[in-house]
Design a binder for this molecule. Structure first.
Ligand SMILES: [Zn+2]
Length: 96
């Protein structure tokens, strides 16, 4: 539902990038959405950093999937999301 909404706008805000970030990293977004994200990441170091952080968390989680309690994975994901959603820069761009 949210994907369709975001797809209409060309050029994502930081907030929009973070909303689709998880799906983007998982390769679950369509080509247009991925393009918008990539375009934004090229201009915005902060989001590029967030994506990098997310990727690292996921990569290390996958590597140790057998040893890690799924609840810890949930926590990490929630933590990463919290980091993004409490960012003051992002709250500024929420009503454009
Ligand atoms: Zn950004």
């Amino acid at each position: 539902m949210i994907m369709r909404l975001l797809r209409r706008n060309k050029g994502y805000s930081c907030h929009q990038v973070l909303e689709v970030m998880q799906a983007y990293i998982d390769g679950e977004v369509d080509e247009q959405v991925a393009l918008n994200v990539v375009e934004h990441l090229e201009m915005c170091k902060q989001c590029a950093h967030e994506v990098e952080l997310f990727r690292r968390i996921q990569a290390s989680v996958r590597e140790r999937a057998d040893e890690i309690d799924p609840r810890i994975i949930d926590r990490l994901t929630a933590y990463a999301r919290e980091l993004s959603s409490t960012d003051p820069y992002l709250n500024d761009s929420s009503n454009n």
